[in-house]
Design a protein around this ligand. Sequence first.
Ligand SMILES: Nc1nc2c(ncn2[C@@H]2O[C@H](COP(=O)(O)OP(=O)(O)OP(=O)(O)O)[C@@H](O)[C@H]2O)c(=O)[nH]1
Ligand SMILES: [Ca+2]
Length: 492
Amino acid sequence: MAEQREIKAKTSWRSPRTICIIFLFIAAVVALMTIAIVQSKPISQKYKYGIVLDAGSSHTSVYIYEWPAEKENNTGMVRQLDTCDVEGKGISSYANNVSQAGNSLKKCMDKAKKSVPKAKHGDTPVYLGATAGMRLLSMENKRASDEVMASVERTLRNTPFDYQGARIISGQEEGAFGWITVNYLSDNFRQAKPTMGALDLGGASTQITFVSKQSSVSPENSIDFRLYGKDYQLYTHSFLCYGKDQVLKLAMAHQLETDEYILHDPCFHPGYKVNKSLGSVFNSPCAKTFDEPSRTFTHIGEGKWEECRNSIRKVFNFSDCSFSSCSFNRVYQPKVEGMFGAFSAYYFVMNFLNLTTHSLEESKMSLSKYCSTSWSEIKSNHPKVKDKYLAEYCFSATYILTLLEDGYKFTPENWNDINFIDKIENSNAGWTLGYMLNLTNMIPAEAPDTPPLTNGGFVTVMLFLSMAIIVLLALSCKFFGRPSCSSPKEII
Ligand SMILES: Nc1nc2c(ncn2[C@@H]2O[C@H](COP(=O)(O)OP(=O)(O)OP(=O)(O)O)[C@@H](O)[C@H]2O)c(=O)[nH]1
Ligand SMILES: [Ca+2]
């Protein structure tokens, strides 16, 4: 009897059905293992690092980025690992003490050495881009500007990182790279989603950049990019002297034309009274020079929002335009289109005043009330905020509304298309990330090959194959595996 059962079992293991099931079983196991290996390959990633110094007019910030080495060309992969704010003012303020420009960066570069793993220091590129403060200094005093740049270069060459250059970037680059940053972080390129315009308000210049369907009539405002297999035609313009610190000087200089000793300023709070030197207003090529820069005047706040807006409007030329449409100062600008991300001082100011989600009308009403609040009340409500920032919020917000509404022609209807943003996915909005992505060729012109499977597809295939293996195992047990599947007792 036992002999007969053994013969039957031997025959059934060699039957076509058995061979077929065994073959399928092996194929499923091999497929499962292959997919698991291919899919999990990028997990054993090594990271790469890059450092960009944003040498702005008011201060310098160091940004340290990190990305998985094997996914360089996939957007959304670079993240901001760390930042460091350099102590003191921007590098352009060292025109009379150039060696200190480089020294000022040392503490932050030491911090960067700790953030980036030591073994990667030599492979980590470091770039410095200087913006409007240095543009102004190079116009005013080219030699001082060259010396400041040489000083920062010396410091950066002295770090263990891979120094890749320090230069003054153009306003166009600043606008375009800011646009690349916000759209890269929002993953708009890879997903071919509509892009978002970029509004950057610095201390000495301001940039507007967006994709426009209107054909550009002004080549200096137009930049073309091919990113991920899609062409983008950008409108961009940078207004030198229209950052918020320089516009404050311009507005004050206008008002000082009528009285050189007392400035009754509608943009400062009632009760604000400070003696200032004329030099503090006229010490920039943006405001015309004055004969006696050391003489003082008294700056007195009045807190009248409507008058403040009128005084700010005087720093713009809205009347002349030789194009079909202009923003201001005879600069061509097509109609604003789509969503916008507004960052830097746009965010600092609108966020402080809780105006980021207000309509245009609500913002005006709220600001009018805020400007008329006495300086003593403002100070006692915000004891921890620096006096300089606190005193200027009324002016700065009024400037922002005027620039956006009268300058760029945003309307009450599209006001809420402007998102006041600081960070996207934990990375700061600003030109630095776009600058690095461009210099390291991390955004390809054509879409790279897609991975073998999407995550969803991977999970589905793995589930299907696992189930197939279980079913095959069960079937083989049922039909042919009695000797091994059954209990020892049964076999005996
Ligand atoms: N209220 C407030 N203002 C800030 C803060 N940080 C910077 N600012 C001011 O906001 C303005 C813009 O700052 P940034 O965007 O850093 O300007 P920047 O890069 O130095 O200047 P640009 O070279 O023109 O781009 C300057 O007037 C700064 O003094 C902040 O945390 N709060
Ligand atoms: Ca800036």
